[in-house]
Design a protein around this ligand. Structure first.
Ligand code: ACO
Length: 342
């Protein structure tokens, strides 16, 4: 597997305008499923899940609650937090692994449901890297001058693509959505300092969701036998996540001539507490500088970084002037980061 450090240097964003983080929101289902609850359904234990992943509980969408419902609620909350009218939105970029339908995009329906028509609408699929990909797309659209106000949304209902007999996978995920409103500003120091996106599709077989037998990889030894469910080689993904997370953080800091200590907080995709702790220890950062909420929500895929951002902003822990590093990695395989001055 190629490592991010093998790849050529990435473009540095040189904004002539800035971008303001105007508001955030989130939505998670009310239903809490603890590790103890899961242990009644599959052969696992609270102790195993907590020690290997750091997860204590996750939210699971009840029947009838869709990815569109969660995305709409998160977007509406972010619009309210930003103090704008829905019609102020020029664009909505929605990251999801599970668009409700292939046609139309989920984004188009969310735009309509929050009352933001005729804003542009675009679904992005980069699996767990989705929100940071959507953030980067939105950043680029604003810096190009094409749009001024964008809703960036990450939403997933991962519980719908679980094989609930596969204990090494189903314990990891939860459902939810998060959103952020970005607005062009006159302050060029605000917004993205550096962004990065990458993929290695040759490694797709370590995390995939097959529909039919012809989609299985030649070596289908990890296939659980259940189509339309997530198949995962946990050890390979773990190795990829540890090295890629570290690589992306190093590259962003090096590109901007910064030290880890200069960061106010790292907002990372929540894949496993051990992966996040390992990165934090290597960087020599205190606990409060790498935000963690996987204990409460599990891995919410495209929603995780957005949910973290909302929790930090609503708690007053992301303030003007702060330097925040968004970083994520996931199926594809994909990875992305965005170093951001709030
Ligand atoms: N409960 C109890 N035992 C379990 C469970 C479970 N839920 N799952 C697996 N085991 C058992 C295995 O069967 C195995 O038993 P054996 O030794 O008798 O064969 C043993 O535990 C060890 O299994 P491993 O797979 O080696 O466990 P590991 O320490 O690698 O942890 C885990 C597994 C948690 C999945 C880890 O590999 C991981 O987190 N990988 C990253 C996966 C990830 O983040 N995926 C998210 C999608 S992509 C992304 O977000 C970046």
């Amino acid at each position: 597997m190629s490592s991010p450090s093998d790849r050529p240097a990435l473009h540095k964003v040189k904004p002539s305008i800035g971008i303001r983080l105007a508001g955030t929101g989130m939505a998670v289902p009310d239903v809490v499923v603890t590790n103890h609850d899961l242990a009644k359904k599959v052969d696992t234990s609270d102790e195993w899940i907590t020690q290997r992943t750091g997860i204590h509980q996750r939210r699971i969408a009840p029947e009838g609650v869709t990815v569109r419902d969660l995305a709409t609620a998160a977007t509406a909350a972010a619009i309210k937090d930003a103090g704008i009218a829905p019609t102020d939105l020029d664009m909505l970029v929605l990251a999801t692994t599970q668009p409700e339908m292939v046609c139309p995009s989920t984004a188009a329906r969310v735009v309509a449901e929050v009352g933001a028509s005729p804003a542009g609408a675009l679904d992005v699929n980069a699996v767990c890297s989705g929100f940071v990909y959507a953030l980067n797309v939105s950043t680029s659209l604003i810096l190009s001058g094409a749009v001024r106000t964008v809703a960036v949304v990450g939403a997933d209902v991962m519980s719908r693509m679980m094989d609930w007999k596969e204990r090494s996978t189903c314990i990891l995920f939860g459902d939810g959505a998060g959103a952020a409103i970005l607005q062009a500003s006159d302050n060029p120091d605000q917004g993205s300092l550096h962004l990065s996106m990458g993929s290695d599709g040759s490694q797709w077989r370590h995390l995939y969701c097959p529909r039919t037998p012809d989609q299985l990889p030649p070596d289908d030894s990890i296939f659980s036998g259940a189509y339309d469910t997530l198949q995962m080689n946990g050890r390979e993904i773990y190795r990829f996540a540890v090295s890629t997370l570290q690589g992306e953080i190093d590259r962003a800091l090096t590109a901007c001539n910064l030290k880890p200590q200069d960061l106010s907080v790292i907002i990372s995709h929540q894949s496993n507490m051990r992966i996040l702790e390992s990165a934090r220890e290597k960087l020599g950062l205190p606990k409060e500088k790498v935000y963690i909420n996987i204990d409460r929500y599990g891995n919410t895929s495209a929603a995780s970084v957005a949910i973290c951002l909302n929790e930090l902003k609503q708690a007053g822990r992301v303030r003007p002037g702060d330097l925040v590093l968004f970083v994520a990695l996931g199926g594809g395989l994909t990875w992305a980061s965005n170093l951001w001055r709030v």
